[in-house]
Write a protein that binds this ligand. Structure first.
Ligand code: C2O
Ligand code: CU
Length: 433
């Protein structure tokens, strides 16, 4: 896939500011048609879907251990639902039509209520026809604050997204396009960051909560102007912070950084022969008394250690797609030869059991595999436990073992978060009894 400046309009990256966060979260999320300024100010607006008047929807903020109670009021003309990505919640609140609830029809509502057990950066998004509804804007950030948050001057949420958009500002059609589904998915031709604030001071210490809300694109990112440490992945704190380097962020993944502002903070999309600016946080003044204490690890997540000898050793093979993918399923993609959700789960676990699942990518495309209701350890080559996350990017031809303690009862999806892949077969489910 190649871009040039004519088709990829990022040179004029304008910044769109999210609605301000309030710790008192709204009690209603109303999905409805909205107009958004996706293209730079002065260019056409875009008809999209959003929550409470905007896309992305409002930032929901709760404290760790608090209960979030939100009525989802569907004022769009499409059936929908809300999934709370990454939260270890009660199965009935997971927002998956056909598995955990009925679809919420136009004009109807559904009351979601759950406790947020882990602090971290999460997000919410439509889980019905998500390849289309998320692309149209039905998503927003969900932040669970630590009881003792790290000391920073600003806590800024930054969503990274792309849109396939006409020069008039209209979203391009063709959401269910099979050609897109069989390749990398619906890639946008315009990309930018959606930060919750636009300016910062020189010398400020900031926390950045990056969320990739794109339906298909893995962003290769370089951040300039910030001396930073990576402190969490997919909401889950790292035991030891890591110095920030160029990184990839797959759809649905999150990266939390804490760093000191050295100059305007630029978000660069790094391609082989080109660099595009996705937006930046501008400098407005200087901090007279910068925080100088070392950047420390966030408090460790509440993770049950997988057993050294797992109860189940499984293999989940990703198959299909363009460029030679073959399988026995009945759609474009398959997992172990099966496309889409069948009556029988991929596996059933007794509560508390450990499974090691080898995610084998036997396709010509990268996939970001997401498990609902749990986090898992990515295993290192030597069998030790690596990062603790909820979405794992597996490159074409590669494999990644994950170790999961299945301790949350219910029916949970396991699927590719390239949402067009999920729509065309790359999904299954597991049951914890
Ligand atoms: Cu973020 Cu099944 O989804
Ligand atoms: Cu995929």
């Amino acid at each position: 896939m190649t871009f040039n400046r004519r088709t990829f309009l990022m040179s004029t990256a304008a910044v769109l500011t999210l609605p301000r966060a309030a710790l008192a979260s709204p009690s209603v999320l109303r999905a409805e048609p909205v107009k958004a300024q996706i293209l730079p100010e002065g260019d056409g607006t875009t008809d999209m879907l959003g929550f409470n008047g905007s896309t992305p929807g409002p930032e929901l903020r709760v404290r760790q251990g608090d209960t979030l109670a939100v009525r989802f009021d569907n004022q769009t003309s499409e059936a929908s639902s809300v999934h709370w990505h990454g939260i270890r919640l009660e199965n009935s609140m997971d927002g998956v039509p056909g598995l955990t609830q009925l679809v919420v029809k136009p004009g109807e509502s559904f009351d979601y209520q759950f406790k947020a057990p882990d602090a971290g950066t999460y997000w919410y998004h439509s889980h019905n026809r998500s390849w289309e509804q998320v692309a149209k804007g039905l998503y927003g950030p969900l932040i669970v604050e630590e009881a003792n948050p790290p000391q920073v001057d600003h806590d800024i949420t930054v969503m990274l997204d792309d849109w396939r958009i006409e020069e008039t500002g209209a979203l391009a059609g063709g959401f269910g396009n099979m050609h897109d589904f069989a390749h990398a998915g619906r890639m946008g031709n315009y990309a930018k960051i959606l930060p919750s604030q636009e300016s910062i001071r020189l010398g400020d210490r900031i926390r950045l909560r990056l969320i990739n809300t794109a339906t298909a694109r893995v962003f290769p990112i370089r951040i300039e102007g910030l001396a930073a440490q990576v402190v969490a992945l997919d909401g889950m704190p790292l035991a030891t912070p890591r110095a920030l380097e160029d990184f990839q962020i797959a759809p649905a993944q999150r990266v939390d950084l804490i760093g000191d502002v050295k100059s305007a903070v630029d978000f660069l999309f790094v391609l082989r022969d080109d660099i595009y600016e996705m937006g930046s946080l501008k400098i407005d003044g200087e901090n007279p008394s910068p925080i100088t204490s070392p950047i420390k690890a966030l408090s460790a997540p509440d993770a049950t250690r997988p057993k050294d000898v797992p109860d189940h050793a499984l293999r989940l093979k990703m198959e299909g797609g363009a460029m030679g993918g073959r399988h026995a399923g009945d759609d474009i993609w398959a997992l172990n030869g099966i496309s889409g959700l069948k009556d029988k789960p991929f596996a059933t676990f007794k509560r508390g059991e450990t499974a090691v699942i080898d995610l084998v990518n036997d396709t010509s495309w990268p996939h970001g595999i997401h498990l609902h209701g749990h986090h898992f350890f990515e295993m290192n080559q030597d069998g030790t436990l690596g990062d603790y996350r909820d979405t794992s990017l597996v490159d074409r031809g590669a494999s990644q073992k994950i170790a999961v303690v299945f301790d949350n009862p219910g029916k949970w999806l396991l699927h590719c978060h390239m949402l067009g892949h999920q729509a065309s077969g790359m999904k299954t489910w597991v049951e914890v009894v």
